[in-house]
Design a protein around this ligand. Structure first.
Ligand SMILES: Cc1cc2nc3c(=O)[nH]c(=O)nc-3n(C[C@H](O)[C@H](O)[C@H](O)COP(=O)(O)OP(=O)(O)OC[C@H]3O[C@@H](n4cnc5c(N)ncnc54)[C@H](O)[C@@H]3O)c2cc1C
Length: 388
């Protein structure tokens, strides 16, 4: 049976391997990008380093042939039609398949800020081509402002600083990585960034921008001042790619709607990774994309009449970041967002760059674990997930 996969990110490649292992006779991955599939979370090291995405390729080209996977690069799927067979359309023509996995990922958000939208000094960092463009641009400049203090903004700030740039990190909320960390761990991250020489602007946002000679002047709401920089990198989040699925009649909300088997509203079509909305949530998480890709690829084969369906765990997968200057672990909810939950510190508080903490509801249920500068005991705590 023939399985087609749209998108060659972590979810798409894992889905292809799972489909092949489950007995698919033909597996084809369609990729909009011209590069060999690569490790997207490692893009910052390419953007602020060599600029060569082949360094972060998941596998060499021969690997796909050896696995019996046909990889069609630079081949965007423009639409698909659902009938007895699925008809997949690309600029090169049409192909049929028995089942389909949608793994088209997400696209970076570009906030509509007057003066910023049209500037050639503003970059996103979401694809290998973005990383190449940034890598070539930073060779001629001295300063950068990064908009967004999530994991992508934090890592980009560290990498940009290590590349010798003067770095400003601008975050609208009052702390960095507000979705994953409460005040104390967030302050430990901020301290690490400041010690590296990164200038933080917390609780600030860019209202407008103007070109001043070769510089971009960013008007900051809170500080009522203009920040002159050579370049801006946008790291303010991403939106699930739903356009092709929606145009082809699948039910979508923020993401492509799937059930616990990752089936979409069409029985022959499964979806995985950043493009889906599962259990009401959309995510940008590498580990989730891998886990879901495996389930979607396998279930796509099962949908043709072989074997039994698997369910995908809806559990929150922990965030892990480990660089030479910063180590981060976060699972579950923050006390700031979970009603009646308490933030409990597990360390002695002596090192300003280290925090170990848990978030516990009033009934004793562990709902979050947060660690900065260490991962000691993190896995054991998360595994328990029982009343503390
Ligand atoms: C710079 C950066 C750093 C990150 N760091 C981390 C991290 O530290 N930890 C973490 O957990 N997550 C991180 N993430 C998020 C993580 O990379 C994503 O969650 C994960 O890669 C999603 O995988 P995916 O396969 O769903 O989508 P993607 O990797 O986005 O792959 C989707 C692919 O499908 C292609 N495509 C889309 N539409 C079509 C079409 N119609 N036809 C053909 N091809 C199509 C896209 O071009 C893309 O190549 C980071 C992301 C970025 C950008």
């Amino acid at each position: 049976m023939k399985i087609a996969i749209i998108g060659a990110g972590l979810a798409g490649v894992e889905a292809a391997v799972a489909a092949k292992n489950a007995g698919a006779t033909s597996v084809t991955i369609f990729s909009r990008e011209a590069h060999l599939p690569y490790m997207r979370p490692r893009l910052p090291e390419i953007a602020f380093g060599s600029g060569d995405p082949s360094r972060i390729a998941m596998h060499p080209a021969e690997w796909y042939a050896e696995k019996g996977i046909s990889l069609k690069l630079d081949t965007p799927v423009t639409s698909f039609e659902v009938g007895d067979m699925l008809m997949i359309k690309t600029p090169d023509g049409e192909e049929i398949a028995d089942a389909l996995v949608l793994a088209g990922g997400a696209t970076p958000l570009k906030p509509v800020i007057p003066g910023l939208v049209s500037s050639t000094a503003v970059f996103t960092l979401w694809s290998a081509d973005d990383a190449r463009r940034i890598s070539s641009y930073i060779r001629r400049i001295r300063s950068v402002a990064i908009l967004g203090g999530g994991i992508l903004g934090v890592e980009s700030a560290i990498r940009a600083r290590k590349a010798g740039l003067k770095v400003h990190l601008i975050e609208r909320q009052s702390r960095v990585m507000p979705l994953q960390f409460d005040d104390a761990p967030s302050a430990a991250i901020a301290k690490t960034l400041e010690d590296l020489g990164i200038k933080l602007h917390l609780g600030a946002s860019v209202d407008s921008a103007e070109e001043i000679g070769s510089k971009l002047g960013l008007h900051l709401s809170k500080e009522q001042k203009t920040l002159d920089v050579d370049m801006v990198v946008l790291a303010v989040g991403a939106r699930p790619g739903i356009a092709v699925a929606q145009a082809s009649g699948l039910t979508c909300d923020h993401g492509i709607i799937v059930d616990e088997t990752l089936q979409t509203t069409c029985p022959q079509i499964y979806a995985a990774g950043d493009c889906i909305q599962y259990g009401g949530q959309t995510r940008n998480c590498a580990l989730a994309a891998i886990t879901q890709g495996r389930v979607a690829g396998y279930n796509a084969v099962v949908s043709t009449g072989v074997g039994t369906f698997k369910s995908c765990p809806a559990d929150e997968i922990p965030l892990l970041y480990k660089g030479s200057d910063l180590e981060l672990h976060s699972w579950g909810q923050t006390a700031a967002t979970c009603a009646s939950a308490k933030f409990e510190r597990l360390d002695d508080g002596k090192d300003p760059k280290v925090v170990r903490a848990k978030v516990v509801r009033s009934d004793g249920t562990l709902v979050g674990v947060q660690m900065v500068g260490t991962g000691e005991g993190f896995d054991a705590l998360v595994k328990k997930r029982r009343p503390a």
